[in-house]
Design a protein around this ligand. Structure first.
Ligand SMILES: [Zn+2]
Ligand SMILES: [Zn+2]
Length: 377
């Protein structure tokens, strides 16, 4: 557990996603911001009991947005603590089972985008607990804080900002680790970065959201992914990052965003062709063919161990010199000792070699030297 600022603690779940314990209100009162992946409830409850006191519970669970890695344990925690779950109104369709988020874009690039092919469409049914954030920018149970609507990555994504010490909980509006790379995120290497690239459905909104947050000039930043950042130069660094926000160069939602409303997804741009599955299939076929060729070659090699080794050019020259267009093809089977012409020297009559030479796959440069039978036999 890391401390982001006074009374704010960051817990990282499975080295991947962060949630925050925030002391607010009267002494002993606190709220939980985000809930990690599904299956994280026991870890979060144990951490809260250790951080505050046994059998503690928050005043409420506030969600920055409803993605699987942030709302994954909300139901289990609300069941356990019997507290409300609070989120932005535009997240309600996705938190109450009415809609699923715009599909991830695996063509936008990066290892997270690659992995997104295997993430299922998601939606939660939290209607027994979920409540809407009030529209006055004041999050419940968090005096001294304000929330900011930062869409682009999720329709109703919100960030939380404490004005007193300019502390920002930035959600997935951006990240504090290189979030396009799963290994870099897991290593928690600090870096201001765009966040959740395959899941961001409106890049203009995403950039505008970051630029709005930069005007707050935060002195401490904790996001949904990446380590805590505290640096005297952080306001300037964040402003520079926002001014030069790294828009992706290609992807489904880069030129044309998805549109959402209070009922869910209203419009989706067409999906570009995802060529990876086809390329993976071709690679697999190639590998299987190569493996088959190696097995075949190995068997042939073991069969020809008794034959006298000779380089292929010697073999071809020898046969080219002796070959005659009138050579009669034998009807008998060629013995195994000459069945691998690329590595052996024929020991029998030349007419016992030619049928194998024309039948086996040898280097094409040698084929013109192989005499053909003018009678077409
Ligand atoms: Zn997200
Ligand atoms: Zn996330």
């Amino acid at each position: 557990m890391k401390q982001l600022a006074s009374g704010i603690y960051q817990l990282t779940i499975q080295r991947f996603v962060n949630l925050y314990f925030v002391e607010a209100g009267d002494p002993g009162e606190w709220v939980l911001i985000d809930t990690g992946l599904p299956g994280s409830a026991d870890t979060i409850i144990a951490a809260a009991n250790e951080l505050f006191y046994p059998n503690t519970h928050p005043q409420a669970i506030l969600l920055t947005h409803g993605h699987l890695d942030h709302a994954g344990s909300a139901q289990a925690l609300a069941d356990h603590w019997k507290v409300p779950i609070i989120a932005h109104p535009l997240e309600m369709p996705f938190l109450t089972g009415k809609a699923v988020y715009p599909p991830a874009d695996p063509t936008v690039g990066g290892s997270l985008a690659f992995a997104s092919r295997f993430f299922p469409p998601q939606s939660f049914s939290l209607q027994d607990y979920v409540q809407e954030l009030p529209d006055d920018a004041t999050p419940p149970f968090m005096p001294g804080w304000e929330w900011r609507h930062v869409p682009g990555h999720a329709p109703g994504q919100v960030a939380f900002f404490r004005t007193e010490d300019r502390t920002l909980i930035g959600a997935d509006a951006f990240a504090t680790a290189h979030h396009d790379s799963v290994p870099a995120t897991m290593l928690q290497l600090p870096r201001l970065s765009r966040c959740g690239t395959p899941f961001t459905f409106d890049w203009e909104q995403a950039r505008a959201s970051v630029q709005e947050l930069a005007t707050l000039r935060p002195k401490a930043i904790g996001c949904g992914h990446g380590p805590v950042l505290q640096d005297p130069n952080l306001p300037d660094q964040f402003a520079e990052f926002a001014a030069n926000f790294p828009m992706p160069t290609h992807g489904r939602y880069v030129d044309s965003p998805a549109r959402t409303d209070a009922n869910g997804v209203e419009y989706l741009p067409p999906a570009p062709e995802d060529t990876l599955p086809r390329r993976a299939l071709l690679l697999t076929v190639g590998l299987v063919a190569a493996a088959g060729g190696l097995v075949w070659a190995g068997r042939r090699s073991s069969q020809s161990d008794k034959a006298s080794p000779a380089p292929i050019n010697k073999w071809v020259k020898s046969n080219g010199a002796k070959a005659s267009p009138k050579t009669t093809r034998p009807t008998t089977t060629v013995g195994p000792e000459i069945s691998r012409p690329t590595t052996t020297t024929p020991t029998g009559p030349i007419n016992e070699v030619h049928p194998e030479a024309t039948r086996l796959p040898i280097d094409p440069q040698y084929l013109p030297r192989i005499p053909t039978d003018p009678k077409g036999e």
